[in-house]
Ligand binder design. Structure first.
Ligand SMILES: Nc1ncnc2c1ncn2[C@@H]1O[C@H](COP(=O)(O)OP(=O)(O)OP(=O)(O)O)[C@@H](O)[C@H]1O
Ligand SMILES: [Mg+2]
Length: 586
């Protein structure tokens, strides 16, 4: 509920600036009131006293105050914009940093668009709420309090008449507020799902096009957009009744002031200038009353956004360094899974009582049907998740007892799909080790059979990934990933081999690069290639979360088990594939 107070820590560093800005806001509002009072005095000097000298003096004061007021307003506007940008930049940075610490289980459950929307849309709403709303409110409160004080001093009866109308306004505002809140939450949810939809279609555009589903996506987008439009229109309808109702009430107030005040002027109980100032005051009190509506709707909208953002902040990573975790020494690379059980969701076990070992320098291939838990083993070995039961150790140290950064520095994970970031090729390879020199990057690329094609790019290593006209084939991407891993020089290598087959020349280059990468390291590979399987020191055969066989290719082939079956299938698959066309050009 009290999400608003949780924003305070983000405002604290700017406390002095905020106090200064508030003083300026109050100053502007007070000067505004004084100018109105002076206008009343001027009126009397012109219409009643007919005193040119005093009128000129008062006019000079009036203009000087007006100049002062606009200067203060300029300063305040600049200061508050700067403040609001800085505060929200801090907030976004905090959120982004936090999101990066979250565990894989968090990302597995959420769509990218949803996270994106929280960081961008919701934070945008909060920015309004944390800066515009309080500034606006402060200005209105000063106007309200100052205005009422002036009015009380000038004519308390007339003033009480105006103030007695306030409860009616508050009641109306409350009546509409509830409905506006629900609608605002819906509108933000619809906006978020719309962003998600766009993100999905853009990132999956190949699939959409190839399945000729653009019409279906148009319909899906149209439907999502329609609900958003419907709710926005509903809110607009309510607002269109709400705002005029408030305005009507305030005009009624002005009418009463004129009627009652006019009678007093006629009776001689009040000067015309005072009535003039009085009506002006009553007029600017419309501002604060009108803005009650705006502030209410902003607060409601903001509450939804705050709730979603703080939900994200309150999500804690499941996998973290334990308080007494120690840094891992240079590792030998001995891996052991002992009696490991694991489930992503409590009722659905994925791995059951799994035990196996990988000796330093050994290359172990994991094979098994789809869904058997191969990627899950890799996830546990990389400590993306912790086992539910049992232990995963490296050099006899439980992974839960070492600092993750010290572990990750010594292992490299090459996923099925190579992820390239929007930076230069050089920096992309350097992702494996930030302090590597250019020579080291080139050496790693050469070992990964990637140097030649990189050198052939328009800007060589300085080529930007994602730039127009720069696109990499599957084999090239794999070699970039291998170069990245070679540069990192890990003790343990985790490979999830790409399933898409390459043409034979590309396959040869990748295979050669992989051999150079694996040499002398402990390697665990989810194998899809025949060559990898045949060359493995040992093969672990997995089925439904359990190890059903273990051995070398030769020994496993002699048994009539799952391995021989899988191997035969893989062979048959390769034979049916169309052979790569013979090279025609030089
Ligand atoms: N994030 C997740 N949340 C819930 N269940 C999951 C998650 N990831 C995988 N699973 C389930 O765990 C089981 C094992 O999945 P895993 O990805 O380890 O299989 P795999 O052997 O790598 O299969 P493939 O060869 O298709 O990659 C599957 O039943 C899968 O549905
Ligand atoms: Mg997998």
């Amino acid at each position: 509920m009290n999400y608003f107070s949780r924003l305070l820590p983000f405002l604290r560093p700017y406390l002095i600036h905020m106090i200064f800005a508030s003083l300026l806001i109050a100053g502007v509002a007070i000067l505004n009131l004084m100018l109105l009072k002076l206008a009343g005095t001027l009126w009397d000097l012109v219409a009643v006293q007919r005193d040119v000298t005093r009128m000129t003096q008062t006019m000079t004061l009036f203009l000087s105050l007006a100049v002062l007021q606009s200067m203060m307003a300029m300063g305040q506007s600049y200061l508050t914009t700067q403040l609001s940008q800085r505060i929200i930049a801090d907030f976004r940075t905090h959120l982004f940093r936090h999101v990066q610490t979250l565990s894989l289980s968090f990302f597995a459950k959420r769509r990218t668009g949803e996270i994106l929307s929280r960081l961008m849309n919701d934070v945008g709403v909060i920015q309004k709420l944390a800066t515009e709303t309080p500034i606006d409110s402060a200005k209105q409160i000063v106007t309200l309090v100052g205005g009422i004080t002036f009015l009380l001093v000038m004519n308390w009866k007339l003033c009480l008449l105006i103030v007695s109308l306030i409860p009616a306004l508050v009641l109306v505002a409350r009546l509409f507020g509830k409905r506006l809140q629900t609608l605002s939450v819906h509108i933000q949810d619809h906006t978020a799902s719309l962003s998600t939809l766009i993100e999905e279609v853009v990132s999956g555009i190949r699939v959409v096009k190839s399945f000729v589903q653009t019409d279906r996506e148009d319909r899906r987008f149209g439907a999502a957009l329609q609900t958003l439009v419907d709710d926005t229109l509903r809110r607009a309808t309510i607002m269109s009744i709400f705002v005029p109702t408030i305005t009507l009430l305030t005009f009624a107030m002005a009418g009463i002031v004129f009627w009652y005040g006019g009678a007093q002027v006629i009776n001689g109980a009040m000067t015309p200038g005072d009535l003039f100032a009085f009506v002006l005051f009553a007029g600017i009190l419309i501002g604060p009353f009108g803005s009650i509506a705006r502030v209410v709707s902003q607060m409601k909208e903001g509450q939804g956004a705050l709730q979603r953002v703080f939900e994200l902040i309150d999500t804690t990573p499941e996998v973290t360094d334990s308080p007494n975790a120690c840094a891992m020494d240079t590792m030998q690379g001995a891996i052991q899974f002992s009696h490991v059980s694991f489930a992503y969701e409590p009722q659905r076990p994925v791995l059951a009582d799994l035990s196996f070992e990988v000796h330093p320098g050994e290359m172990v291939a994991i094979v098994g049907p789809t869904g058997s838990g191969k990627s899950t083993i890799v996830n546990l070995l990389h400590r993306f998740y912790d086992p539910v039961e049992g232990r995963v150790t490296i050099d006899k140290q439980d992974l839960r007892e070492v600092q993750m950064a010290s572990l990750y520095r010594q292992i490299a994970f090459v996923p099925q799909e190579t992820v390239l970031f929007g930076d230069t090729i050089l920096e992309n390879i350097r992702y494996g080790r930030e302090d590597a020199s250019e020579q080291e990057v080139i050496a790693a690329s050469q070992a990964a059979n990637a140097h030649d094609f990189i050198a052939g790019l328009p800007d060589g290593y300085a080529t930007l990934v994602g730039e127009k006209g720069v696109n990499f084939s599957g084999g090239q991407r794999q070699r970039l990933a291998i170069a990245r891993a070679i540069l990192k020089n890990p003790r343990i290598l985790i490979l999830d081999e790409a399933t898409s087959s390459l043409d034979s020349e590309s396959e040869r280059l990748v295979q050669q690069a992989l051999q150079r990468l694996m040499a002398g390291r402990t390697t665990v590979v989810i194998a899809h290639r025949l060559t990898t399987i045949q060359e493995a020191d040992r093969i672990v055969v997995l089925n439904k979360g359990s190890i059903v066989a273990e051995g070398t290719h030769t020994t496993l082939m002699q048994q009539d088990g799952l391995y021989r079956h899988l191997y035969t299938l893989l062979m048959a698959e390769l034979e049916t594939e169309t052979p790569a066309p013979p090279p025609t050009d030089g």
